[in-house]
Write a protein of this length. Structure first.
Length: 151
């Protein structure tokens, strides 16, 4: 009887620690050459959300659109939540970018520097405004996502 009780307790103990490891599972791997999506979240200082958006649309959106025109990016979307959440879970803007594939998403774009100089000839103003855009951020995180919707 003691062995059965001991075995049952040991099983409960192991299961309580192992369950979280198996509950979520490993993220599915994307097949080579498949679109790869990353969500970029931005959390601004209170009262500076519009300033951030204005600077983003002026100094980063045109670069993303230029990269999209090359085929490296296949879809772009900017969203803002309709309601607020708790402060620790709050985000102000989500930019979802679908790249041609995971290689494109995770390697630098050799043309990006040239695009920035072409789009913003006044590099001093561009750099100052980009610095300001990041100064008013409280947080920024990137979240690669995998579509696991059944066909």
């Amino acid at each position: 009887m003691r062995r059965i009780l001991f075995a049952a307790l040991a099983l409960i103990f192991v299961a309580s620690f192992a369950a979280p490891l198996f509950a979520q599972g490993a993220p599915p791997q994307i097949a080579a050459g498949q679109p790869y999506t990353i969500e970029y979240y931005y959390k601004c200082q209170w009262g500076h959300q519009q300033e951030f958006l204005d600077l983003f649309l002026k100094n980063h959106w045109p670069l993303l659109k230029k990269i999209e025109s090359t085929g490296r990016i296949t879809a772009l979307k900017i969203e803002s939540p309709a309601y607020h959440t708790t402060e620790d879970g709050r985000w102000d803007y989500r930019v979802t970018i679908t790249y041609k594939d995971s290689t494109v998403a995770t390697t630098s774009n050799p043309d990006e520097e040239a695009f920035m100089k072409q789009l913003w000839p006044d590099q001093e103003t561009y750099k100052r405004e980009e610095q300001r855009r990041f100064e008013i951020l409280l947080g920024h995180w990137d979240l690669p996502v995998t579509n696991i919707t059944p066909k």
